[in-house]
Design a protein around this ligand. Structure first.
Ligand code: SAH
Length: 488
């Protein structure tokens, strides 16, 4: 028995109650609901109570349940695998819970998670498919709400589909003994016409299509690579297409920039390989990444190359595709929400607000070479927004060059660290003090700089995470000027 304030961590199981005795204590309407569910699961139900309400009484008369008349007696638990206490007497419910505990019989006290050693989840059923939802017992209304949403989303045909696959299980295994091939077969079925035929109620055509798919050779056992953008960190910003491709992957090569929350969404049995660094590409083992993609794709695997943000925005996605193309490997690309777009949204910075900017430029200036190659004169122009990637280490020279080419010292900036993640920080100020302010707040990677009049709007329009931080005292700024920012 647990009575803490935080919900216990429960272990979900689906119990086979067929022919097993379950005791329900209480003879009212709550007991009736529980008895109905237990009978549906094939349990042998005994109801213990001084008296039964009408429909329970009828069940007892029909010998579909057994009635033990009287007040609760711990011996009622003798044959029971489970017990449910559904009386309106707190004392009786507690007596059942305590007797159950002593005899190692799992007891659920209706609407009292603290007294219960097991709980009955909210559930959604589609034929043999059952989805059980628990809030740990503390927020049953929330679980119920989730259940309603799932009821809306999950198609009725799911039950028919599960039944079909269950019946054909042995044949499927015999046809595709190897796990990977079997999984691909299932995906062909699930993404093919069978579900929609079942949805339309055309079982004959569904069966025919199923048979054809089973007979077919797995023509797509050729490996392939999908370049997928994982977005900036918030898993809600991954695209649906990205999620589906991840669900089909055998191997996932991901950057460190990809958040743990996104990685938590990938299929459990996919092989996850971390490659590359968090930011910058000086020492990125690009050849290793190429070699890994090639090796796994040639072995017939479905490889996902998962990158932070969008794969084509400073992500070396282009080079990877050129490599795959040169080696004759099939590929596809799933875009992601790039850091500039995500950070702007999550910091309340409308990148091209019509009062302030006519264009937005995505640039990187992470090292001297890349900085030298930039057209600073055009970058310093007014009425445009700069989104600078991988810029934390290059802030002093960025300021120097923009000022030298005429950008006003008072141009606002917003530095967004860990954009869209729970630990997001937004730091604002003006170009004049940019490196010092970044240094004073110890900005770390990943961080994106947005420079331009629109950046000032973050102070009004921020909505996510904590308030934007702003200017630091000039003394610490002066001190910071001595040692320039290191992080990148
Ligand atoms: N392909 C990625 C960018 C890779 S370069 C994209 O489209 O977003 C890595 C740089 O992206 C980082 O140094 C940082 O400037 C920026 N970045 C990526 N994710 C970020 C995040 N969650 N918050 C702030 N900046 C981020």
């Amino acid at each position: 028995m647990t009575t803490g304030s935080s919900p216990p961590r429960l272990f979900p199981i689906f119990a086979d109650l067929r022919g097993r005795c379950v005791l329900v204590v209480g003879g009212g309407t709550v007991a009736r609901r529980k008895v109905a569910a237990l009978l549906e699961a094939g349990a042998r139900v005994t109801v213990g109570a001084p008296a039964l309400e009408a429909s329970l009484k009828q069940l007892a008369d029909e010998r579909r349940i057994e009635h033990r008349r009287g007040r609760f007696d711990p011996n009622w638990l003798n044959d029971a695998w489970l017990a449910i206490a559904a009386t309106d007497s707190v004392a009786t419910n507690r007596a059942v819970a305590e007797a159950g505990e002593a005899r190692r019989v799992w007891v659920n006290v209706v609407d009292d998670a603290g007294q219960s050693s097991f709980q009955v989840p909210s559930r959604v059923e589609r034929g043999p498919v059952q989805i059980a939802i628990s809030s740990g017992g503390g927020a049953p209304m929330l679980a119920r709400h989730l259940r309603e949403q799932l009821e809306i989303q999950l198609d009725e045909s799911l039950g028919a589909l599960a039944t079909l696959l269950t019946r054909q299980r042995a044949r499927i295994r015999a046809r595709w003994p190897e796990l990977g091939a079997r999984r691909r077969f299932f995906e062909r079925v699930l993404r093919g016409a069978v579900p929609s035929l079942l949805r339309r109620g055309d079982h004959a055509a569904a069966r025919e299509t199923f048979e054809r798919t089973l007979a077919e050779d797995a023509s797509d056992s050729r490996g392939s690579v999908a370049l997928v953008g994982a977005g900036p960190g918030d898993p809600g910003l991954l695209t649906l297409r990205g999620l589906r491709v991840l669900n089909e992957a055998d191997v996932i090569l991901h950057d460190r920039l990809v958040s743990a929350e996104v990685l938590a969404l990938v299929r459990r049995d996919a092989e996850l390989i971390e490659v590359g660094k968090q930011a910058g590409w000086h020492h990125a083992p690009q050849e290793t990444i190429h070699a890994l993609m090639l090796e796994h794709a040639r072995a017939g695997k479905r490889v996902v190359r998962l990158k932070g943000g969008d794969p084509f925005v400073f992500g070396r996605g282009g080079e990877e595709l050129e490599f795959l193309h040169a080696h004759g490997i099939d590929f596809e690309v799933v875009p992601g929400i790039t850091a500039a777009v995500a950070c702007a949204a999550y910091a309340g910075v409308p990148l091209t607000h019509r009062d302030h900017a006519q264009s937005v430029r995505l640039v990187t200036a992470h090292c001297r070479d890349s900085a030298d190659a930039l057209d600073w004169r055009s970058l310093a122009q007014e009425r445009q927004t700069l989104a600078v990637y991988m810029g934390v280490a290059g802030l002093p020279q960025l300021r120097e060059r923009l000022l030298a080419h005429g950008r006003a010292a008072g141009t606002p900036f917003a530095l967004i660290e860990n954009g869209s993640r729970p630990q997001q920080r937004v730091i604002t100020g003006t170009l004049a003090e940019l490196p010092e302010i970044a240094q004073a707040h110890s900005v770390v990677s990943p961080a994106l700089l947005i420079l331009g009049e629109v950046a000032a709007l973050a102070r009004e329009l921020h909505w996510f995470g904590s308030e934007p931080l702003s200017t630091v005292a000039s003394t610490s700024a002066d001190r910071a000027r001595e040692s320039l920012p290191q992080a990148a």
